[in-house]
Design a protein. Structure first.
Length: 304
């Protein structure tokens, strides 16, 4: 069955307890998988790629009138008729908030998928925690772990996740402040307007965001035929289609329209939008996310 899930939604107490126990058992393996995943993209992780105080060389650029003469690199300038300044790479610790949607729809795993959406989301978040921690950044999870700069940041986050009393949707994001960044891994199956309403306050106060859409291939393709029952894993609502194959065309158009609406909103605000289908390897999406994090933010209102 294909879920009709949502960003939020509480599971019954017994089910929530079972999910919490399952997550406790899964977290160690997910952490190991995340560390392996991080190692596949660690080559080329060159910090935040912003000009500022630091020891590492970033780039040469033409001298601008009014800059301090002490910043001129005379050796490089002597090579031709131009005057160049040596920029160093920003190395100050930066705060990146990480969060994965743990609502009921994230448990879905079709026969076409390698893992459930929840496991993919947690693996991606822990791998990113590993990469950022190695780079000296501060990482945190709203309502679960305050930002910390430590080499074992991913392990600390894994411990907190294993001890989380009950899974749920996205947490309160009010503590995410200006100049921070946030990475959200979810299936984003709510109506786009509802998702935007949840994220707009972050963009308004100067937070830069990165959305990771985790999707099951069956959700993308609707590969069902004949009489098929669809059930919402959070509300229990059911929909019976007499000939499911007749729905595929319209369903696919609506699916892509939802994704494009969210992606376009992100571009307008200088955010990034990455997809990771659970039938593909996670490193593809992590590499794309790595590029989004290390490249300078686009000016909001820029390319749409």
């Amino acid at each position: 069955m294909a879920p009709l899930g949502a960003l939020t939604g509480a599971a019954p107490p017994a089910e929530a307890l079972a999910r919490a126990r399952e997550r406790v058992r899964a977290i160690p393996d997910l952490l190991v998988e995340a560390q392996k995943l991080a190692n596949t993209v660690i080559t080329g992780w060159h910090g935040r790629r912003r000009m500022g105080p630091g020891e590492d060389f970033w780039q040469f650029r033409p001298y601008a009138v009014g800059e301090e003469a002490a910043r001129i690199d005379w050796r490089r300038s002597a090579r031709d008729e131009h005057t160049y300044v040596r920029d160093r790479e920003w190395q100050a610790a930066h705060t990146v908030w990480l969060v994965a949607d743990l609502s009921g729809s994230m448990l879905f795993q079709s026969r076409l998928a390698r893992v459930s959406k929840e496991k993919r989301a947690l693996t991606m978040i822990l791998a990113l925690a590993e990469l950022l921690s190695r780079g000296g950044e501060r990482i945190g999870w709203p309502g679960l772990m305050r930002p910390v700069a430590a080499r074992n940041g991913a392990e600390r986050l894994a411990v907190r996740l294993a001890a989380m009393p009950a899974p749920g949707g996205l947490p309160d994001l009010s503590e995410v402040r200006r100049h921070a960044e946030i990475v959200v891994a979810s299936d984003f199956l709510d109506a786009p307007d509802a998702i935007v309403a949840r994220l707009e306050p972050l963009a308004a106060r100067g937070v830069r965001g990165h959305l990771i859409e985790v999707c099951d291939p069956a959700e993308e393709r609707l590969p069902y035929s004949g009489r098929t029952e669809f059930r919402d894993p959070e509300t229990g609502e059911r929909l019976i289609a007499g000939r499911a194959e007749l729905l595929a065309g319209d369903y696919r158009n609506l699916w892509l329209a939802r994704r494009e609406t969210l992606s376009r909103w992100c571009r307008k605000r200088g955010w990034s939008y990455t997809t990771t289908p659970t039938d593909r390897i996670a490193s593809e999406a992590l590499a794309a996310l790595h590029m989004a994090l290390t490249e300078p933010a686009e000016r909001p209102g820029g390319r749409a």
